[in-house]
Design a protein around this ligand. Structure first.
Ligand code: SAM
Length: 281
């Protein structure tokens, strides 16, 4: 482990001031200013020194400093040009000798990450795009084996929800295609500057094999989208538009071993995959 001088409240304020940064809601800019929370996130990520960590939205570098102390290589994607430009200097000064690559760009649109492939995703995510960012990166980078992300508490619940629960929905099923997902604890509002008006929580992701051939993923996700677009309806009705008619939907559901009277919220990702497989035959 390398030494890194983590950022506390005074350092965060003076860094922001020297860069002329005024945190914006549009970019979900709530910066961590609590070294204990940083240590907690890094520990929960269960990193190996050989991991290549991908951090989305490094901001002023609070979490980045915790990460470069733990692993040999960190790659960070930051959309804000001022923050992206300042990060290498902050890390060189506070964690000398560490290896950091900064990509200025939008994590939602990134199509490749040059250099050694990232093996772990660790991020305090911009909350308004957290789910699409996680799904995009899991799809784009099969090299990502684990993840530890901070998101809005409500989103953490949705991502980790099991079938049948109140919060189970599109994010839960799609995330389950790629990974085992579980909540990894709440995070108090006071550790952020500015203080957000929502609660936060940690989510742990462990990659697993998808429940069907990866080539069919888009079709599976289309079934999921259709099933939850009309959440209260039976699958026979909810999937009628997708299948062509209610009777065709019923036929496919029966062939997939799913009751046409069931609702999408009771199906796990493997059942959604079976429906798409039957339709593709
Ligand atoms: N990691 C820092 C921390 O914990 O203090 C900052 C976290 S802040 C919640 C989210 C960060 O993501 C901001 O720095 C913001 O500029 C950046 N961001 C927002 N949208 C982004 C996107 N689409 N791609 C990459 N970075 C983004």
């Amino acid at each position: 482990m390398r030494a890194a001088a983590l950022l506390g409240p005074a350092e965060i304020r003076s860094l922001a001031e020297s860069l002329g940064v005024r945190p914006t809601k549009t970019l979900g800019q709530n910066f961590l200013h609590d070294p204990n929370t940083i240590r907690r996130i890094v520990k929960a990520a269960e990193l190996q020194p050989s991991d290549v960590v991908l951090e989305v939205g490094p901001g002023l570098g609070s979490l980045t400093l915790g990460l470069v102390a733990e692993v040999d290589e960190v790659v960070a994607i930051e959309i804000d040009p001022v923050l992206a430009a300042a990060l290498p200097g902050t890390v060189a000064e506070r964690a000398p000798g560490s290896s950091l690559r900064v990509i200025e760009g939008d994590a939602l649109r990134i199509a490749e990450i040059p250099g050694p492939p990232p093996t772990a995703l660790v991020a305090n995510l911009p909350y308004n795009v957290a789910v699409p960012v996680v799904l995009h990166l899991l799809e784009l980078l099969p090299s990502l084996r684990t993840g530890l992300v901070m998101v809005q508490a409500e989103v953490a619940d949705r991502l980790a929800a099991p079938p049948g629960s109140r919060t189970y929905g599109i994010p839960s099923v799609k995330a389950a295609w790629y990974a085992e997902v579980r909540r990894a604890g709440p995070v108090p509002r006071a550790v952020f500057w500015p203080v957000p008006n929502v609660d936060s929580g940690l989510v742990r992701l462990i990659r697993r094999d998808p429940p069907a051939d990866p080539s069919i993923r888009k079709q599976v996700f289309a079934v999921v989208d259709a099933a939850f677009a009309q959440r209260r309806k039976t699958l026979r009705a909810a999937l009628a538009g997708w299948a062509g008619s209610p009777s065709r939907a019923e036929e496919l559901l029966v062939a997939a071993g799913v009751s046409p009277q069931a609702r999408g919220e009771s199906l796990d990702v493997a059942a959604f995959a079976r429906i798409a497989e039957v339709a593709a035959r």
